[in-house]
Design a binder for this molecule. Structure first.
Ligand SMILES: C[S@@+](CC[C@H](N)C(=O)[O-])C[C@H]1O[C@@H](n2cnc3c(N)ncnc32)[C@H](O)[C@@H]1O
Length: 321
């Protein structure tokens, strides 16, 4: 289990503090911007993400560590224990890793369409020791990071390592084209401010220990969902990219940021798979929830600019209401 000081040092603890929502006063709730019909507030607050184990070596923009208590509350009572958790838009994969490490599911099946992200997962799962070795030998300087960014990787190990370095040295962990390098970084430590070799290696080793239970494929998440959602004992955690008519951050954060949201809802409605899905609150999504008869609660939290935002947690059955 990954806990303790090294974890607390991680970049996510900063995002954590920003996202901390220990219950929001009524006057603030009523001042939230109106993004479509309202939903009940989840009985489970968003947590300070420094208080749960950080298991992903990637610092993922839009990462869902704050959702872990919801995922535990959703999966822990499920009998028999789910055989497979599928995560068709996995990014840093924090929910899949948590499910496997906490025995909430026997195994996970993750997918992402991003070729760089895919290289990281292939390297972490198939070349773990070599990847750890590269991490421990690397000195992140402006020159070494630029050299790595400019050079075409010669195989999946080099490519996965490159993804990891760029993810941890670019501002906000953003890998999409146009992302800038971290400037002052945490505590003015510059580029190295989010490069914690020991912590990263610890997380990589943990992935290796659970590798037989972790599956990854570079694939379209919607296609994957269509193909395997009906397998017996399967549950799905779904965190799709969302750009809400170009207003939200998804466009800037991910190279692949457009999916057919109606198709996603339709696939879920046509299968019996038990799912937990998250979305920004918007009129479009509220209408799809109503149309397909799903249940939703909102989780109110502060974003990095200390504004209160709400994310929706959508389920087929009324898990949180
Ligand atoms: C919101 S992020 C997921 C973050 C993840 N839940 C975490 O905690 O790290 C969405 C992810 O979906 C991926 N993606 C976008 N379109 C996709 C598609 N059609 N199929 C699979 N993955 C896709 C993006 O590359 C991105 O990694």
């Amino acid at each position: 289990m990954l806990v303790g000081g090294a974890e607390a040092k991680d970049d996510s603890s900063k995002a954590a503090n920003a996202m901390m929502a220990q219950g929001v006063p009524t006057e603030l709730k009523s001042s939230l911007p109106d993004y479509g019909p309202d939903f009940p507030v989840s009985p489970i607050p968003a947590i300070n993400v420094a208080s749960v184990p950080q298991r992903s070596p990637l610092r993922y923009p839009g990462g869902k560590t704050w959702l872990i208590p919801h995922v535990r509350a959703w999966l822990a009572p499920t009998q028999p224990r789910p055989r497979t958790l599928i995560e068709p838009f996995c990014g840093g994969g924090i929910i899949s890793l948590t499910a496997v490490c906490e025995s909430l599911a026997e195994q996970c099946f993750m997918a992402d369409l991003d070729h760089d992200v895919a290289a990281f997962w292939h390297a972490a799962l198939r070349h773990n020791s070599e990847l750890c070795h590269l991490v421990s030998a690397f000195e992140p300087t402006r020159e070494s990071v630029s050299a790595l960014a400019d050079q075409a990787p010669r195989g999946v190990l080099e490519h996965g390592f490159r993804t990891l370095v760029l993810n941890r040295t670019r501002r906000g962990g953003i890998l999409a084209p146009g992302a800038a390098l971290t400037k002052s970084g945490e505590n003015n430590k510059g580029l190295a401010s989010r490069w914690y070799p020991d912590t990263i290696i610890h997380r990589l080793r943990n992935i290796e220990a659970h590798a037989p239970q972790i599956n990854f494929c570079e694939a379209d998440g919607l296609n994957l969902l269509e193909v395997i959602a009906e397998a017996p004992g399967t549950v799905a955690f779904i965190d799709p990219p969302y750009t809400a008519g170009g207003k939200r951050a998804g466009k800037r954060l991910y190279s692949h940021n457009q999916i057919d949201h109606r198709r996603l809802f339709k696939i879920l409605a046509q299968t019996q798979v038990d799912f937990l899905m998250t979305y920004d609150r918007s009129q479009e999504i509220a209408e799809l929830i109503a149309e397909y008869g799903f249940h939703a609660v909102k989780v109110v939290m502060k974003n990095t600019h200390h504004a209160h935002i709400s994310e929706l947690v959508i389920t087929r059955r009324p898990v949180f209401v």
